[in-house]
Ligand binder design. Sequence first.
Ligand SMILES: Cc1cc2nc3c(=O)[nH]c(=O)nc-3n(C[C@H](O)[C@H](O)[C@H](O)COP(=O)(O)OP(=O)(O)OC[C@H]3O[C@@H](n4cnc5c(N)ncnc54)[C@H](O)[C@@H]3O)c2cc1C
Length: 558
Amino acid sequence: MTTTREQIAFDVLFVGAGPANLAGAVHLMQLAKRRNLNLEVALIEKGAEVGSHALSGAVLNPIALKELMPGYREAGCPIEKEVRGEAFCVLTEKSCFSVPFVPKYMRNQGFHIISLSKFVRWLGAVAEDLGVNVFPGFAGQEVLYGQDDKTVIGIRTGDKGIGKDGKPKANFEPGIDILAKVTVLGEGAQGALLGQMERKLSLFAGQVPQTFETGMKEVIQLPEKNYFTSSAANTIHTLGYPLGLDTHGGGFIYEMKDNRLALGLVVGLGYGDPMLDLYEEFMRFKKHPFVWDLITNGRVVEQGARVIGNGGYFTVPRLAVDGAVVVGASASMLNAPGLKGIHTAMKSGMLAAEAILEAFSKGRFTQEALAHYHDLFESSWLKKELYVGRNFAQALSRKAPLKFIHLGVQYLTGGRGLFDRMSIEKDAKTLRPLKHGGPETSRNKYARHDYDDALLVDKLTGVYLSKTQHREDQPCHLVVHDRDLCVNECFEIYGSPCTRFCPGNVYEIEVEEKTQKRRLKLNPSNCLHCKTCEIKDPYGNITWTCPEGGDGPGYTVA
Ligand SMILES: Cc1cc2nc3c(=O)[nH]c(=O)nc-3n(C[C@H](O)[C@H](O)[C@H](O)COP(=O)(O)OP(=O)(O)OC[C@H]3O[C@@H](n4cnc5c(N)ncnc54)[C@H](O)[C@@H]3O)c2cc1C
């Protein structure tokens, strides 16, 4: 079928309405106005609205926001609470030990507690007021290249109205080719278009492999009289239970306004036990007596999940190619020791904006012209922040007690540690085969929880509480390349870990009644767009692609 597609041309196209691109678009418009330069700028977002796919903790270090908009409070920036005190606790199965000091990278004094969803909605409105054309509900599906097959000239948005059989339906709307002199990729961690670009242009060549964590988060409505009414600490971080020494990660609990709290568990995807069920770990965390006391009589009002790229400085890709730059979590701009990626994403977007403006003043948009972004990054506070955590994820991947030795020495040497530029394995490679050759062997280790539909909800209720929706009759956006591999080799060796690492219950193995053969059943409409599957699948057998624009989670307070 040949499809006629509309083409629209802009000067700059931002793909993704996260903090990185929104800060970048706002900064670009501010700078252009100051120079009397009229730029046509567009920003697309795959969520139905700006903010509907935004999920974070979220404690915001306001350093980049202050640079972007010194009067952000007066301009109505939605802040839930100020950080007024913090606690750092180690959990054992039954107890909680409060550490008398908070490690320096994790200190949050002077920071704000926000809802990322509300924050980016506000920043989206600021961008629109400055003249940015914001198009929510449009998913970037394909990177477009010029005749030389290496200059990025824009992106194609996904078609809408294709049936499961791949054929257009009556309401078919072809995707649009959005052309731009500069395309800014800010898709967040594990970007789909970035993956395409990587296959062609090798942006990550020579870098340490990117590693990830999956963060699961809930917003819980508490009774009027609750823990925070009488506690000085309103940001709490935990280590230890339920993850143990060899799976890194931790919990967070932040006070929000209107008697709500944000609570979550982050699990490093370099874990080895294929029976680990990420969602079940999250439920265990909530059932810990210390956490349970904080949330008793509460009710989950929103839930979601998203991966975080925690590899740090040595995983930052080439930031500019001909016609495009990469910003935010897509470019690995996260302060991993501090678990903070909002201000770093914003700053990278702002630096990219400065470089783009410079490129417009020269009228050249080649890799060389845009490489100014890299120079700006190297001389910024952002680089310094990332550099301190340059070996952090690698240290976390080591077994205890070596892990703690590495972390201790890094803490004392400003991140250098015992070896600089430590190596690490890709998360897909760390699963251990099941010990006794069958998926039943260690199943009992992770007992199911008693769900109560209010404070402990099962995966499907969680999906419902994320307000995730996908049009059912569309091609499956999760491409499983070899289904036989799933039901034979992966089932035998790893016990089908996709059924446990996906927090949305997208993957199921069922036995066909007639033939008694195993079959992979996919529930793509449950997909939270967290992208854990593409990262953790031990065979690299899953490719995550964007579903129809506007589909996916509908976060409002996450
Ligand atoms: C559970 C959790 C807790 C966290 N806690 C904190 C915290 O307390 N403080 C902190 O500073 N950071 C925290 N982070 C990290 C922080 O949220 C991220 O680093 C930050 O949001 C990255 O910003 P970004 O703009 O690069 O990407 P994102 O925020 O991921 O935004 C990317 C946007 O692009 C859209 N998009 C993606 N692909 C396409 C496409 N092809 N076409 C169109 N649109 C697309 C997405 O829908 C999304 O809206 C946390 C993260 C998680 C998951």
